[in-house]
Design a protein around this ligand. Structure first.
Ligand code: SF4
Ligand code: SF4
Length: 372
């Protein structure tokens, strides 16, 4: 019997319907499938069972402070970009139980072993999002103290990436070097053409999941089509950000008048940080029930835009929106590099689309550069 397992690095061609066999193989291997699906008037990430749950035939029109679903003229499975959710929702959940304490029989019983997390297979991870996962890997796993909760989820996750062939109006991944093609770190990466998927095999597990897909080696013409689609996507980004000498630019402009200007528009609502796939600020709370017998310590998402976030002994170190916006932007594009050796933005455009005031980070950086 011929070996049906492609080699790592191979480019295979599969019929579109065969994506279901890859998803079935993942489910058979014990993975919980998380993928894009229609919900809440947007394309969100949720548990899916198969290709029928994907938002086939839909696109998302995006611009500053605007997001609309629109029907496509074709039946593309991945003919949209990114919505309000990101994969951090699963790797770094908005609410994580850290410890439970129960008062019983005059003593305290402490439980700090969380339930084992599911093995997630992330379906449809875009290049910018894969880079965002790598950035959060540095945050949660890079230093001397590793986050056990993130590690448990991340280590056993499977990534099925999708290369973007139609960037959205707020995308600028090409400027940030994170897309439209997915970089290293995926198990499988799809490029959607009219009738087929080109699948790049990135790992042994990925190769195993291809066994029942009826794949064949991709032909030269198909590969050329995929290359051309990605080259066109790179040219058609909705936005551009000049990254040259960014840390110096920002550090030398801490008193630039643009911070006052943006502070007049910013609502300090924290939307941008909630949707951002790299933001990781969090708070730790202790919550007791009404009987006083049960206490839970939980970690919840927080934001540098929250007034309480910068409250330290003696007062608040960033009491005004001007200081909070400056902190956020300067952290993303300058001090993040000092901290983690990498820029903190991947150019996904979420903070532009989901900002109710339509504040555009690419325009803010350009203004500080003196280009506006
Ligand atoms: S700062 Fe904005 S564009 Fe950059 S990664 Fe975060 S949400 Fe995406
Ligand atoms: S920049 Fe926009 S999304 Fe972010 S806090 Fe200000 S108003 Fe909210």
């Amino acid at each position: 019997m011929p070996d049906l397992t492609p080699t790592i690095g191979a480019f295979a061609s599969v019929e579109k319907a065969a994506l279901q066999s890859i998803l079935d193989a993942l489910k058979g291997a014990g993975y919980t499938l998380i993928g894009p699906t229609l919900g809440e008037g947007a394309i969100i990430y949720d548990e899916i069972q198969g290709i029928d749950d994907l938002p086939r035939g839909w696109r998302d029109h995006q611009e500053p402070a605007a997001y609309r679903l629109q029907r496509r003229e074709d039946d593309a499975y991945f003919g949209f970009v990114v919505g309000p959710h990101s994969w951090k929702k699963y790797l770094f959940p908005p609410r994580q139980s850290l410890m439970k304490v129960q008062r019983k029989d005059g003593t305290f019983q402490v439980t700090d072993e969380p339930d084992p997390p599911p093995r997630y297979a992330f379906i449809g991870v875009r290049g910018c999002e894969l880079q965002a996962i790598h950035i959060q890997d540095k945050v949660f796993l890079g230093g001397p103290y590793q986050d056990a909760h993130y590690k448990a989820r991340r280590q056993q996750s499977f990534v099925l990436a999708v290369n973007c062939t139609e960037p959205g109006g707020t995308c600028f991944c090409a400027s940030m070097g994170s897309g439209p093609r997915a970089g290293a770190g995926f198990d499988l990466a799809l490029t959607e053409l009219d009738d087929i998927f080109i699948v790049e095999v990135g790992s042994e597990v990925g190769a195993m999941m291809m066994r029942e897909s009826g794949w064949r080696p991709a032909g030269a013409f198909e590969l050329q089509q995929a290359r051309e689609a990605l080259a066109a996507a790179e040219k058609n980004m909705g936005r551009h950000l000049d990254t040259s000498d960014l840390p110096n630019l920002l550090y030398q402009n801490l008193e630039n008048a643009r911070w006052d200007d943006v502070a007049r528009r910013c609502l300090s609502c924290a939307n941008c940080t909630m949707v951002c796939p790299t933001c990781f600020c969090n708070d730790v709370l202790e919550v007791s029930d009404l009987s006083g017998k049960n206490v839970e310590r939980v970690r919840v998402w927080d934001s540098c835009f929250s007034i309480e976030f910068s409250h330290v002994h003696g007062g608040n170190i960033r009491p005004h929106t001007r200081a909070r916006y400056r902190q956020w932007l300067t952290h993303k594009f300058a001090s993040w590099i000092d901290q983690f050796g990498v820029i903190g933005c991947v150019g996904c455009g979420r903070c532009i689309t989901w900002c109710p005031a339509g504040i555009d980070v690419t325009a803010e950086v350009a203004a500080i550069r003196g280009e506006v």
